[in-house]
Design a protein. Structure first.
Length: 149
């Protein structure tokens, strides 16, 4: 009987709290949108075409596959036209509608590897080869905010 009373008390508390939460949320003129992942890449002199070919090949193929699966909504390559010392040459920008939980990430990895006909070991080896002429200068995960309609 005591449990029933506690449950009723909890339900009553939630009934008062829920409208307040909805009301508070509606005051915000913006709402969370897609996540935006940005990878900042520094390319060694003399290797820009080589890296561009990688981007136009495997990177584009894998990004198009992720987009077709709904894992991402868009991807772009932004170039830094006047990089200062220490700044990245290009940014790889990807929009994600949501982040994957552990189970979803494992399912995606399996599907991706089958589609690309690759393995984690092959991906690591290819990344290691690219590391001889390009460096990850940094990365960020941001979130786009949109206007409430």
């Amino acid at each position: 009987m005591k449990k029933l009373g506690l449950a009723a008390l909890g339900a009553a508390a939630l009934s008062f709290a829920a409208p307040a939460a909805v009301s508070a949320q509606s005051e915000w003129p913006i709402e969370p949108g897609d996540y935006v992942e940005v990878s900042m890449i520094d390319i060694e002199d003399g290797h820009t075409l080589e890296y561009a070919n990688h981007l136009a090949g495997d990177w584009k193929k894998s990004s198009e596959y992720a987009k077709s699966q709904g894992w991402i909504t868009d991807y772009q390559i932004w170039s830094n036209e006047f990089p200062r010392a220490g700044e990245a040459d290009i940014w790889l920008v990807t929009w994600l509608p949501r982040l994957a939980d552990k189970d979803e990430a494992l399912r995606r990895e399996k599907a991706f590897n089958a589609y690309m006909q690759t393995t984690a070991a092959k991906q690591e080896a290819a990344s290691g080869k690219r590391a001889t002429y390009r460096k990850l200068a940094g990365s960020m995960l941001m979130r786009n905010n949109t206007w409430v309609k």
